[in-house]
Structures are given as structure tokens and as C-alpha cells.
Design a protein around this ligand. Sequence first.
Ligand code: NAD
Length: 470
Amino acid sequence: MEASEVQSVFARARRAQAQWALSPVHRRREIMLRLHDLILENQVELIDLVQAETGKSRSSAFDEVIDVALTARHYAYRAGHLLRTKRVRGALPVLTHTTVQRSPRGVVGIIAPWNYPLSMALSDAIPALLAGNAVVLKPDEKTTGTAVRGLELLEEAGLPGEVMQVVPGPGSTVGQEIVAQCDYLMFTGSTATGRKLAAQAGERLIGYSAELGGKNPLIVCADADIDKAAHGAVQACFSNTGQLCISIERIYVHEAVADRFLSRFLALVNDFRLGHGWTDDVGSLISAEHLARVNELVEDAILHGARVLAGGRPLPDLGRTFYAPTVLIDVPPTARLHTEEVFGPVVYVEKVATVDEAVAKANDSSYGLSASVWGRELTARDVASRLEAGAVNINDGFGAAWASLDAPMGGWKDSGQGRRHADEGLLKYTESRTIAAQRLMPLNGPSLISRERYTSLLSTALRLGKRVLR
Ligand code: NAD
């Protein structure tokens, strides 16, 4: 698509949004509940499509089906409450009647990556649409088909035409036109692009939220159940072939249990079945270019002294984008993948002497998206509270926090800005309008009382109010 075509998409979206914003919230809710059912009914076709575009395993593709269904259901039931006009405490008790309304922002631009093409096409659009916005979505060029099919299902569920539109094309033209036109921008992708778009959104003074890269740590405490920790860790490192912003790329394991953990972890990795069937654990990477980058980072680490305990190479016999699940140790800080996100099936493991050392190492990163801690819950909670990350999973790799849709999800530091999920994941797509009606007496006092007397009365009222109104 050309940039000029995106402009006419926005013009049509604005017309459609004006009507959509007038529709009652219960009607929008019914559409999202129908979408929930349609996604589940059409799951086999959707999984086929996601697999054809990304090469991921079937069970990783099914995660997307579940994510969209859960999101549709969660926000369908939450939207009515969130969008209702709320009475809040006014400036002067009784005399100031204050309410807060929520209005849609207009046309929300969503720019999505390729790694979760169904989730990323629909799960951010659902709350934006429920809030009364139109949506213009640009999927990654490699995964346009899934986004288009997702939109078809939304329309089959009852979404009026042109309330949501998909604009395929490159970021540099189509993506940039979205940034120039939209009233709110939701971006998921790399930190480099996210930073650039943040500056542009800032220049336009539009709202912006972004989920970006991560270099997520997993800590195994001395009191962890080692078998469960090893199983959880392989899931956390290799789901979606590691092409997951919240997947684990660094493991810090207490020296008291390190040998046991490592041998169990490696046994599980060596047992992996690679392929595209239901029984396969790990699929292929998105593209040959991505494979080359993953391999380059691993070779750089080896060159700097890292040791390979598993994998460490492409698997051309299986297909041109298969890469062996890779476990490294002795990765020095000079190796690029010590700090850079790989976004592939590669993890390094380090022994630590204390929990404090594990926490310090986990936090020693410019990223702060997700983390995982394995241990007795009491110990693990204490460790979790010290981590600089938007989400910390205890005795789970990443899914527990992600699927807790009532809790915010997003990144500290270079991992993002704003949040998805939770109430703020819908409210960010609204503008608030405060309406305060002053009754009986103006805020600066009745005309019959002198200013001096009024300030003295007001000061007494403030002192009393501090005790009474909490
Ligand atoms: P990317 O930033 O290159 O591309 C993401 C999207 O932005 C694509 O649709 C692309 O076309 C578009 N884009 C690129 N340049 C643009 C520009 N100048 N203007 C407008 N749009 C532009 O990211 P990628 O490499 O394709 O995806 C992988 C990255 O995404 C990884 O760093 C990963 O951690 C991150 N990611 C984060 C999350 C999350 O939820 N935090 C989820 C998935 C992926």
C-alpha cells in the first residue's frame, strides 16, 4: 500500500468511528463475545495460517488463539464498568458535583511485529474498539494474512465495516503514515523503532504506548523444586522458538543446586522434538535473515570464550530456518548476547553464590520487561519484589503474569512505555473529561463574607477535613 492510500483509509476510519462511538457499549460487548466464540471455532484454520506465516510449532500457535479469546472475554465484561461516567469527590463537599467521563480518542494506530501475528493483530485492537475508537492496524509484512483473517472474523462477529482496517506495507512508509495520522499509537516491536516512534508521538502530543525488547532473567533459588524449575525453564526459553519478548535469555542458578539443575535442564533440551506437528516442542525461526542474526550472536559469544552445552548451530537438514535450541555457559560480558536480545532459542546459564548476586545480575540490564523466580513462594516473593521488571512470575516462566489480564503488562527501562492489559489497557484508549458543577456558593466564598474571614473559615475546614475526609 502507498502512503497516500493510508490517508484515505484514515478518512474512512474517521467517518466510521463517528458512528461507532454512538453505539451502546453493550452492543460492542456482544461483538467481542461473538469474536471469542468465532476464534475458538476457527482455531484449526487460524493455527494453520499462523504456522504457514511464522513456522512456529502448533502449540505455540494455539497460545495465540487462547490469548485473543481471553482478551475478548476479559474486556467485553470489563468495558461497561470502565467506560461508565464516574462520580468523584468534588473540590468542596456537597457544593462541587464532579464527574469524569470517558470518550474515545478517535482513530488508534496499531503497529505490530511478526512474532505473534494473531495476538498482536487483535488483542490490542479489542480494548481500543470497545472504547469506541476506530483502528488502523499495520501488521508486519511477513504476517499480513493472519491479520486480515482476524479482521474478517471481527466483521463476522458484527463489527461494522471500516471501523477497523488493515494496511499492509513497510514501516518506513505505511508505518510512518500511521504515526503521522493517528490519534493514539500502540506499538509493539524493537526498542530502536519504539524509541523513534516515541519521539514522533511526543512531537505530535498524541498518546503512545509501547512494548519493546527484553533480556529476561530467570533465577533458581537454592530451595527450588529442581525438576519443576528445569521444566519451567525450557518452556520459558524455547516457547515460540524463543521469539517472544518475554522469553528467558539468562538463567542465574544458586551454586548449591546448579549442577542438578543444569543436568536436568540439558536432558530436557536434548529430548526436544523439532518440527511443525502437535507433538513437536520447538518450531523454526521466522526467516533466514533472522536465523543468520541468531547464529551471528552465538558465534560471537563462542569467539569470546563461551562454551556450548547444547545446540549452537543451524539445522539445515530439518529446514532452512531451523536453529538448534542452544544452551551456553561462561558467556563473558564482552560477548554481544550477554546484554543484547537474541530473540531466538538461545539461553546462557550462570552460577551465583547468593540471592543478592542473582538479583544484582538480573537487574544489570537496560531492559526490564519480564522475569521468573523459582523457589519456595515466600523466598521467591521477596526476590520478585527486588527485580526491575514489569512482570515477575513465581514458579512459572512467563505465562502466569501475561495471562493475568487484570494485571498490567509492560516494560521498565528500555522495554517500553505505558501498559497493556488491566484497566489501564483500555482506559489508555480514552480521553477523560472532568465535569465539575459548582453549586450554591463560588469556590472563593460567598460575597457576604470578607475574603479574610473566608480564608480563616476555609483553613479551619481544611484542618477538620484532614481528620474526617480520608
Ligand atoms: P521492528 O521494530 O523492526 O518492527 C515492528 C513493527 O514496526 C513492524 O510492523 C515494522 O514494519 C514496523 N516498523 C519498523 N520501522 C518502522 C518505522 N520507522 N515507522 C513505523 N513502523 C515501523 O521489530 P521486529 O524486529 O520486527 O520485532 C522483534 C522485536 O519486537 C524484538 O525486539 C522483540 O522483543 C519486540 N517485541 C516485543 C513485544 C512486547 O510485547 N514487548 C512483543 C513482540 C516483539
